[in-house]
Write a protein that binds this ligand. Structure first.
Ligand code: GDP
Ligand code: IMO
Ligand code: MG
Length: 434
């Protein structure tokens, strides 16, 4: 029997905008103080940037704790797993990371036919496309919901695996050929390739829920690393322009098998402005010189696809709503330095919708595109915040800006990031204590 622990030492860290908030940097920053980091949703559509010893690394599938020696890295059952990417990433980080990596047998596998379907569907949709990352995420999660997914644990029963793969792929190929007019793929070639990776995978397969609950019982601290952001959540996001998994806090439990009591704090990571990649409504988007300046100063290019990110002002109404539905308890505000030098800053405090003012998202998200932002202005600062590590060292107006964001969202900012590197951070309150 597992004894109940005295206090929860789990932190859920999720994006509270449309992704790319800087989660990778913050996870890497906190991971050194944790026993384990766990991914619980999404797949290699994520792109989490970590600066390690001056080197820029982008992790798509591996938890961002992998660069911290001694930290266990877990991939929960909610993650859609593309095996070639897993091994590619493991190879790119030298130093035996695979010995501290454990993967749930329940992870649904992404197959090449899911990727082909994702891409064919986007081509076919033309202007109605979602702007996906083309990584097969949607089709793989569809198969999971339809109960025809192949899961990681099935790789160890080769005959059954091959049969089930043929069956799943006969449907994929039917859609590819007959509906999208695309080339079908050979299931036996893919079965050979996937079964060929099974032995290398085998030592990493483990029950992630049991591992997490054991860590909890022992008083260990766990960091749940969200991918994407709350506004891309399949249920609560800007549907249909969303990803196909649960990016909010609830996903951390469903996608890992952890206990609710294990979660002590939920941190929502937000940029000091807003970005979005792909299609879909974005009320505070700036299609002007200022938008270009944010993109340039913030180097806003997708870490997965290299696409330019759309940029706009901070949307307090969106963050407030996202934070509420994701049970966020405090904020981490990143990329403050990108706003250095702007004369005037704007913050969206709510929307004009159907002739009235609203402070939250509209009741039904298909009307989100009809929301016009209502702005408040504040004065910018001309000094540099880049690399600042102390609250007192931030310019007065930068502090006023942060305080106003906190007030509008209704949450304190425990961490403020002032540059891409680990040490370029103001920690006002460490989520794991002193
Ligand atoms: P994630 O998907 O949430 O992990 O974020 P990404 O890694 O996709 O994108 C965030 C980008 O901003 C990366 O290039 C980071 O190196 C960078 N970054 C993170 N925090 C800061 C910051 O405070 N200032 C600046 N200038 N860049 C940052
Ligand atoms: P990280 O973890 C930003 C977006 C895509 C598209 C939509 C659906 O780095 O924050 P998908 O391939 O998931 O079916 O695409 O979601 N998207 C992201 N945007 N950051 C991400 O991940 C994203 N992952 C998916 O651009 O609009
Ligand atoms: Mg990213």
């Amino acid at each position: 029997m597992i004894d109940a622990p005295t206090s929860a030492r789990g932190i859920v860290l999720i994006g509270a905008q449309w992704g790319d908030e800087g989660k990778g940097k913050v996870v890497d920053l906190l991971a050194g103080r944790c026993d384990a980091v766990v991914r619980f949703q999404g797949g290699h559509n994520a792109g989490h940037t970590v600066i390690d010893d001056g080197r820029t690394r982008v992790l798509h599938l591996l938890p961002s704790g992998i660069l911290c020696a001694g930290v266990e890295c877990l991939i929960g059952n909610g993650v859609a797993l593309y095996l070639p990417q897993l091994f590619k990433e493991l190879e790119s980080i030298s130093g035996g990371g695979e010995k501290r990596l454990f993967i749930s047998p329940g992870c649904p596998l992404i197959l090449p036919s899911h990727i082909a379907l994702d891409q064919a569907r986007e081509r076919h949709a033309g202007r109605g496309r979602i702007g996906t990352t083309g990584r097969g995420i949607g089709p793989a999660y569809e198969d999971r919901a339809a109960r025809r997914a192949l899961r990681a644990g099935e790789l160890f029963a080769p005959r059954e695996f091959r049969q089930r793969l043929r069956s799943a792929m006969s449907l994929h190929n039917f859609m590819l050929e007959k509906y999208y007019g695309a080339e079908p793929l050979d299931p036996d070639r893919i079965a050979d390739q996937w079964l060929g990776m099974a032995e290398e995978l085998r030592p990493m397969i483990d029950d992630i829920g049991i591992r997490l609950r054991r860590l909890h019982a022992e008083g260990g601290s766990v960091l749940f690393e969200g991918a994407q952001g709350a506004m891309l959540d399949i249920d609560h996001g800007t549907y249909p322009y969303v990803t196909s998994s649960s990016t909010v806090t609830a996903g951390a439990l469903a996608g890992s098998g952890a206990r609710l009591e294990q979660i002590g704090e939920v941190i929502g990571v937000v940029k000091a402005y807003t970005t979005r990649v792909g299609e879909g409504p974005f009320p505070t988007e700036l299609n002007d010189e200022t938008g270009e300046q944010l993109a340039r100063e913030g180097a806003e290019f997708g870490a997965t696809t290299g696409r330019p990110r759309r940029c706009g002002w901070f949307d307090a109404a969106a963050v407030r709503s996202a934070a509420q539905c994701a049970s966020v308890g405090s904020l981490c505000i990143t990329k403050l330095d990108v706003l250095d030098g702007l004369e005037t800053l704007r913050i969206c405090i709510g929307y004009r919708f159907e002739g009235r003012n609203i402070d939250t998202l509209p009741p039904f998200m298909d009307r989100y595109a009809d929301c016009e932002p209502r702005y408040e202005e504040c004065e910018g600062w001309q000094e540099s915040t880049c690399g600042a590590t102390r609250w007192e060292d931030l310019p007065v107006r930068a502090r006023a800006y942060i305080r106003r964001l906190e007030e509008l969202v209704g949450l304190e900012a425990c961490i403020i990031s002032t540059g891409p590197a680990r040490e370029q951070t103001v920690i006002r309150r460490h989520p794991l204590g002193h």
